[in-house]
Ligand binder design. Structure first.
Ligand code: TYF
Ligand code: FE
Length: 374
């Protein structure tokens, strides 16, 4: 079996943050996650606390150091602020993947190890990707526990007094995860995924296509064999002002995860509920919708959603004759202009919203200008 096939899906995402208790609670309140699993002082984890939250298939692990002078977490927090440390993949045949990664010169952060508790065993390994970001490989076999061995049910699981009053947000699974690189690193990162993990190029776009009056970027999307994992890799291209990709790199202090796209099968409900919970989204000028209505007259595609609701919610549409996608972007979810989220619904369309790039980047640039970074 090829490695690209052994790597099955996104498994979970780990964020390193200053205060995992509060960050995980914020994602529950604003984004509709639920407390799920926990490791900390009470469960015998003396150095690092982990709060795991879940929404359908999406699992985020928030980790913070518990003791003073934890250099590894401390340096990461000083450099990057809160952000994504690890994107874990569910795999089978972990031995084969790690062996191939080693043969191709991939940096192994931690060689294969086994975690065990009364519910069974899970094999894991960890490899280095862009910046300080890593990929943990998780071979669950027939492990029957809640999340991973030695995690306990979260103390607030089904017990948070406020969460149970709030309607569901209905986000289903991770659609894609985007990395930002400094200039001239996109091609090498793409080759790393091709060589080390046997991913393939799914799609790409260059700066002649993605540009605004001010700035531009290049992007290559890599994917595993079944195309269940999609990872666009962006780099800035020169423009008259600072690219939003460069702004990210300047504040994150290196390459890193820029956005996580969460897939829903009912974006109108998801975005309505997110807005009711106070989630902040980028704003789209009404001219976008005037133009969209005009363009749609010349296409065979039928949009089933009500365009006036789409406009009211500031959702973007990209389409071809056979299908379309609906997408919307949050503002950054921490004070640094680094990580943000995308909510996406696909109707027979596997693109990334290229028809929206100009409107989207102009919206990002308005916020960039408000931050004094354009
Ligand atoms: O994932 C994508 O490619 C789209 C578009 O800074 C995008 O969501 C690309 C770059 C960017 C923001 C969104
Ligand atoms: Fe995206």
């Amino acid at each position: 079996m090829t490695i690209g096939k052994s790597i099955q899906a996104f498994d979970h995402i780990t964020l390193w943050v200053g205060n995992a208790l509060q960050a995980s609670s914020w994602f529950c309140l604003r984004f509709g996650f639920e407390p799920y699993a926990y490791r900390g002082l009470e469960t015998g984890s003396r150095e690092v606390v982990s709060h795991v939250v879940k929404q359908n298939k999406v699992i985020f692990v928030f980790q913070s150091p518990l003791l003073p002078d934890n250099q590894e977490y401390g340096e990461h927090l000083v450099r990057h602020g809160d952000g994504v440390k690890d994107v874990a993949f569910s795999v089978n045949n972990i031995e084969h993947i790690v062996e191939q990664a080693k043969a191709k010169g991939g940096k192994i952060v931690k060689d294969i190890w086994t975690e065990t508790d009364e519910h069974g065993s899970v094999k894991m390994a960890c490899v280095q990707t862009y910046g300080d970001t890593t990929h943990t490989l998780v071979e669950r076999g027939d492990y029957a526990g809640l999340f991973l061995p030695n995690y306990h049910p979260h103390p607030l699981k089904n017990k948070d007094a406020l969460l149970e009053k709030l309607p569901e947000v209905k986000l289903d699974f991770i659609d894609h995860i985007v990395g930002n690189m400094p200039d001239n690193e996109m091609e090498n990162t793409t080759k790393w995924y091709e060589n080390t993990l046997q991913f393939h190029r799914f799609w790409s776009v260059d700066d002649s296509v993605i540009h605004t009056q001010y700035s531009s970027l290049r992007s290559i999307v890599v994917s595993n064999e079944q195309e269940t994992i999609k990872m666009p890799i962006n780099e800035p291209a020169s423009g008259s002002k600072k690219s939003q990709i460069q702004e990210y790199v300047d504040y994150y202090g290196s390459s890193g995860v820029q956005h996580i796209a969460l897939n829903t099968s009912d974006i109108l409900t998801s975005v309505t509920r997110l807005r009711e919970r106070g989630t902040q989204f980028l704003e789209v000028p009404s001219a976008y919708y005037t133009d969209l209505r005009e363009r749609l007259k010349h296409s065979k595609v039928q949009i089933v959603e009500d365009l006036s609701v789409i406009e009211k919610l500031h959702i973007l549409i990209d389409y071809d004759d056979n299908g379309y996608l609906l997408q919307i972007f949050t503002k950054p979810v921490q004070d640094r202009p680094t990580l943000f989220f995308e909510i996406i619904q696909r109707r027979n369309h596997s693109g990334f919203g290229i028809g929206n790039f100009k409107a989207l980047f102009e919206a990002i640039e308005r916020d960039q200008a408000a931050r004094g970074n354009l």
